[in-house]
Design a protein around this ligand. Structure first.
Ligand code: CAA
Length: 383
């Protein structure tokens, strides 16, 4: 595998995730994808395993593990089902993480314990119908009224939107200040005034919900303001820096699954009197797939280690996501080619990997946004 050695604990996490994926996730992944079924039982079990709040300190009910362990687990889970990985990653890195980092003691005590064990599920509401990459142009408003904020607006592309109990919501408390007027709120999805709108019909990660959410005079207690008023944009970008390493790990998991299936298929499939893996044309594909995956994984691991060590890692996170996502798309395309006509059908999971890979180039910042982040940092660093 790699010369980077894992600690005993990290190795255990990786093995546990691998076994869980083989026993619990792989058997249901195709049917959940085909039928658009949210993997409720799997998520419950992931909660019991401590995988829904892996970096949440034990005092708040989490597993208290490092980010590297989380990344290792996520890659394994996504080898079986990228939808399950997406649900897990949103809860861990987009919901538990900002509450852990920016929350008050009461917010941590009040929200983290249920989220960390999978009793409750979280979602992250930043994007809007007209504010995706340009997140600061959001229109959802939050107006202070006594001991509550009143939220109004619409959010889009919300992973877990239909099932979530708790949402981390971004809204503007002062539109004139643009990004400096964005604030963050922890919202109970049962609050009157929150409604779930259209569920998207998607190309991939079809076992997740991707919902539109509406806020209509939704009263959120002042105590649920996360961080200070006006800090929301920084909370969003800080959170996404970490989340993007998770999406990169998801992409590596999808690509690794495609590689493993391709090798097995190539060894079994015969053409012109021999296994197709005996042909050099195919071997070169396998070589390029394996090399790109290894390079992606090393970028992911580097970003995770930097985060764990408290080193600035935004550029490395963007590089990992950019490279791993494009690798996943490339590798899954080759995987279908290796499987030939069979790869184009639902008889083999490679078509699902191909469809699932695409979202990693889009959500938590498109590949173009990652290039902006990388270019800005690189231009600053080199004089
Ligand atoms: N961490 C903290 N603060 C940061 C930061 C970071 N990584 N990057 C920038 N900032 C700060 C800046 O310092 C600046 O602060 P000041 O005004 O105090 O100086 C402020 O944020 C604004 O920075 P920019 O001028 O660089 O902002 P910008 O408008 O040019 O945007 C961007 C930068 C990189 C393009 C950013 O908007 C971005 O990442 N957009 C993509 C959004 C995104 O990833 N959306 C995904 C939605 S989540 C999702 O997919 C949901 C799901 O369910 C999976």
């Amino acid at each position: 595998m790699s010369i980077i050695s894992l600690s005993e604990e990290q190795g255990m996490v990786q093995n546990t995730a691998r076994e869980f994926t083989n026993n619990e996730i792989k058997p249901v992944a195709s049917i959940n994808d085909r039928e658009h079924l949210f993997p409720k039982d799997v998520i419950k079990k992931l909660g019991e395993l401590g995988f829904m709040g892996m970096n949440v300190p034990e005092q708040y009910g989490g597993s208290g593990l490092d980010y590297f362990s989380y990344i290792l687990a996520l890659e394994e889970i996504c080898k079986g089902c990228a939808s399950t990985g997406a649900i897990m990653s949103v809860n861990n890195s987009l919901v538990c993480s900002p509450i852990k980092t920016f929350g008050t003691e009461n917010q941590k005590k009040g929200f983290l314990s249920d989220l960390a064990v999978g009793k409750k599920l979280g979602c992250f509401m930043l994007s809007e119908p007209e504010a995706g990459s340009d997140a600061a142009s959001m229109k959802t408003t939050a107006v202070l009224n006594g001991d509550h904020y009143i939220l109004n607006g619409a959010k889009s592309w919300i992973t877990n939107g239909a099932e979530a109990d708790i949402a981390v919501v971004f809204a503007t408390t002062d539109k004139t200040l643009k990004h400096k007027g964005v604030s963050t709120f922890i919202v109970d999805m049962e609050t009157p005034g929150v409604t779930i709108g259209k569920l998207e019909e998607k190309l991939g990660i079809r076992a997740t919900s991707t919902a539109q959410i509406f806020f209509e005079d939704c009263k959120v207690p002042v105590n649920n303001l996360l961080g200070k008023e006006g800090e929301g944009f920084k909370i969003a970008l800080h959170t996404l820096d970490g989340g993007r390493i998770g999406i990169a790990a998801q992409a590596v998991g999808i690509a690794q699954a495609a590689l493993e299936d391709s090798v097995r298929y190539a060894n079994e499939r015969k053409a012109f009197g021999k296994s197709i893996s005996d042909f050099q044309g195919l071997q070169f594909m396998i070589a390029d797939m394996a090399t790109r995956i290894e390079a992606s994984r090393l970028l992911v691991w580097q970003a995770a280690v930097m985060k764990d060590r408290g080193i600035k890692y935004g550029k490395q996170s963007a590089m990992a996501k950019l490279f791993a996502a494009e690798t996943a798309m490339w590798v899954t395309t080759k995987a279908i080619q290796i499987h030939g006509g069979y790869g184009y059908t639902t008889d083999y999971p490679v078509e699902r990997y191909f469809r699932d890979a695409k979202i990693t180039e889009i959500y938590e910042g498109t590949s173009e946004i990652q290039r902006i982040v990388i270019a800005r940092e690189t231009l600053k660093e080199i004089q």
